[in-house]
Structure formats: C-alpha cells, structure tokens
Design a protein around this ligand. Structure first.
Ligand code: HAM
Length: 417
C-alpha cells in the first residue's frame, strides 16, 4: 500500500473540504462505518467472488473479517440494524477503503472514496438527488465530467428478448460481455463468447444496443427501447434532472457496473481523460437490506474515487500547490534567535500560520526557504534594539520596520482580506 505524501494529502484534503461543503448543502448527515466487516456481511452484499478482491484475514477471535472495500456495505448494515431510524435517511462518508487490486495508474490498494447514500425511497427523485449532488460536487472541484446513466432492467430485458431466455447465468454473462466493451474490441469479445457457445448474431444485437449513447430522445430514435422494462423510468429520471439543472447527464446503455447488487438505475462518471477510468460510480440497490435480514427498503448512492479525481484535476491544472505557511520568520544571527522564537509563538497564538527555521541555517538559506511565503519577517539586532522587526512583502518586494504589535495587526488584516 502507498504512503500518502504531503502533496497528495493536500489534494485529498481539498476534495474532502468540497465534499463536506456539498454534503452540508444537500442535507446529508456525515458518519463513518466500521473499517472492518465480517466476511459474511460482505458476501451477503457482493457474493462469494468478493473474496478475491478484498483484504481478508482471521482476527485473534478466529473470526473471518475484511477491511472495508467500500462504504455501501457498512452504511447499509448500519441502517438495517437501526430499526428506530426514520426513513428517508441520507448519509455521507469520506475515508479510506482497501481493495486487493493490481496497483497501476489510477488503481490502488489503499485509496479514498467520498460516498453518499439515500435510504428509504424507491422513486426517481432520490436518484435525481444523488445525481445532482454528483454534478454539483464535480462543479465545485472545477472538473468538467459526463454522467453516464443506464438501467440494469433495461439492458437485461434487451438480453432476454434477444436470446429468448431470462436465465440469470446467461444474463449475467452477457452483461459481462457489455462491460468488456470499454476495454476490448468487439471482435475479441465475439471470439471469446462464441467459443463458449454464444450465438454471434444475438450477441451482436445486444452489443449494438449497448453502444447507443445520448439524450433519452436520441436513444429512442436509435434503439428500440420503448417496449423494454424501465424505459419510462429513465425518461422520468431525465425530466427530474432537467428540473434540477443537471445538463451533463446522458443515457449510455453500456454502463452495467461490476458489482452484483445493483437492481435498477446505474451510473458512472467520466472526466476528459477516459484512461484514468471512472471518477465515480453508483446506482440503485434495493435488494440489499434483505441480505441483512431487514424488510426491503429503497437504496441509492454514489461513490467517487478521490485519487482518480485528483489525477483528473492535475491534468486540468486545477490543483493548487500544497499550502505553505503564509508567514516565514527569519533571524539574521543566532543571538536574536530567542527573540524570533518568542515572536513566532505569539503570532501562532494569534492564529497565524508561521514557519521558522529549526536548523540554524544562514539568513540566505532561510530566505530561499521562505521564497514561497506571502510575507517574511526579519529579526535582526539593530531593529530589535528599537523594539522593531522588518516586515517584507514577498510579492511586492517591499519592506518596512514595524513593532511586534503592528506586525500582528497588519498580518491578521492582510491575510484575512
Ligand atoms: P465502485 O465503482 O467500485 O463503486 O467505486 C467507486 C469509485 O472508486 C470508482 O468510480 C473509482 O473512481 C474509485 N475506485 C475504485 N477502485 C479503485 C482503485 N483500486 N483505486 C482507485 N480508485 C478506485 C463503489 O464502491 C460503490 N460502493 C458505489 C456506490 C455507492 N453504489 C451505491 N452507493
């Protein structure tokens, strides 16, 4: 797993701040589910195949447990266990998740997700709420994205119609074929699936269907959708998004999502560079509460990959430099270091971010280190004797002597405006 170095950490903190603010505006309550779940809980949600993708171990009590690979499992377990909660419940969380993935660009074993879920509603509005949230968060981060939306039942009913069977193994297999179109050529997929006994013409029909992208109207013109299950739902969802001013969503029938538990609307968010992979993904998963022994309740949510979003922001040059102290205090010689330390301590108590050389370096080296600060304060014996220090504006390249009191007042004023 990776160490998070200062530059990356600063970027993660920036995304966290925008996320917290957007969650507050949309009235989500922040919480954090447990970092460890029992294996049984994870399998209930995601099927036994999840074993290969998670950090799984036996604890000292000989229980099979795993590090959380997302927040949806824990949040749903929590909501299902709290019988007293009044639905709908809107929860948000931000933190580390762990997956036994093969590390590569944009794919890590330890990464961060922001996540929102709406529980207790099965209607289009709760989906529109989650999608609008996603649109606003990416806006706040300065990223232009496309929100691709589909519906599991829509694609499943197309598969059933083409193959003349709704057998769940067949449907899941063909969904996997659709999922592969993002990474593999059509001929490769056809070769692989015909070798396994699938009819090429039927598979091609489904792949043609899944390649349709656009507004609901454009999709209805290009594909025979109106008779399929859930098409009305998609149309209603896009009306709801329109009234919420979400203009960057489109129907993309190739979005199927890897995780098993989705039951309806599914979504994936992409930035300008598709090579980074999806920046966020989610959807409706109404059946999951049952897996926790609860009567069914509606559930829809979305999670974003923070490190991938950061990669996208870097490519757009939308990440500020990590913060450095706005003020650097320098001393011209060792004899006045004590004065400098006392001054720094007073400024910090006043709430100003101040750095001070701890290594006893020369003034020249201190000045180089301070070059990215907004202000430098130079403490020298001649000024100290007059009860003053020199305040230097590093941008304007101007300087003037000030008393300690004046310094504090000026800095508080200049740094807050
Ligand atoms: P997910 O698509 O597995 O969905 O993950 C969400 C996002 O996390 C992805 O779109 C991607 O940006 C990021 N991500 C996934 N794997 C990695 C990785 N190995 N390294 C870096 N980033 C990664 C979920 O986790 C669902 N729980 C979303 C959800 C919420 N569904 C309903 N509610």
């Amino acid at each position: 797993m990776r160490d998070l170095e200062p530059e990356e950490f600063a970027g993660i903190e920036l995304i966290r701040a925008r996320f917290l603010e957007t969650a507050r505006i949309f009235d989500f309550s922040m919480m954090e589910p447990s970092p460890i779940e029992s294996l049984a809980t994870m399998e209930a949600k995601s099927g036994p195949a999840i074993r290969d993708e998670i950090y799984l171990f036996r604890d000292k009590g000989d229980r099979e447990v795993a590090l959380r690979f997302d927040f949806t499992v824990g949040l749903t377990r929590y909501v299902a266990s709290k019988k007293s909660l009044r639905m709908p419940v809107k929860l948000a969380t931000f933190g580390s998740v762990f997956r036994y993935d093969e590390p590569q660009k944009g794919r890590y074993r330890h990464f961060h997700q922001w996540n929102v879920e709406v529980y207790g509603q099965t209607d289009v509005e709760s989906e529109a709420e989650v999608i609008e949230f996603t649109a606003r968060l990416f806006e706040a981060l300065g990223l232009v994205v496309t929100i691709d939306i589909s519906h599991r039942k829509l694609v499943e009913s197309r598969i059933a119609a083409s193959f003349g069977s709704a057998d769940s193994v067949l449907v899941a297999d063909v969904l996997r074929a659709i999922d592969k179109t993002a990474k593999k050529s059509r001929s490769e997929i056809l070769r692989e699936f015909t070798a396994r006994g699938y009819d090429a013409a039927r598979l091609e029909e489904v792949l043609d269907f899944s390649s349709v992208v656009g507004t609901p109207m454009e999709v209805a013109e290009r594909a025979d959708v109106s008779e399929l299950e859930a098409w009305d739902h998609i149309v209603d969802l896009f009306y709801a998004l329109e009234s919420r001013g979400v203009g960057n969503a489109r129907v993309n029938l190739a979005v199927v999502r890897g995780l098993d538990y989705y039951s309806g609307t599914v979504m994936e968010v992409f930035g300008a560079d598709p090579a980074i992979g999806a920046l966020a993904g989610g959807g409706r998963y109404d059946g999951l509460a049952q897996a926790f022994g609860h009567t069914d309740f509606g559930a829809v949510g979305v999670a974003g990959g923070v490190e991938r979003i950061l990669l996208a922001m870097r490519e757009m040059k939308a990440v500020p430099q990590p913060e450095i102290s706005a003020v650097s205090v320098l001393y011209t010689e060792r004899a006045v270091r004590g004065d400098a330390v006392r001054l720094v301590s007073a400024l910090r108590r006043a709430g100003l971010p101040v750095s001070l050389d701890l290594a006893g370096r020369s003034l020249k080296k201190q000045m180089t280190a301070a070059s990215r600060s907004r202000f430098a304060v130079i403490v020298g014996p001649a000024e100290i004797r007059k009860g003053k220090v020199v305040l230097r504006d590093m941008k304007k390249r101007t300087e003037r002597p000030v008393t300690a009191e004046e310094l504090q007042r000026t800095l508080l004023h200049l740094l807050r405006t």
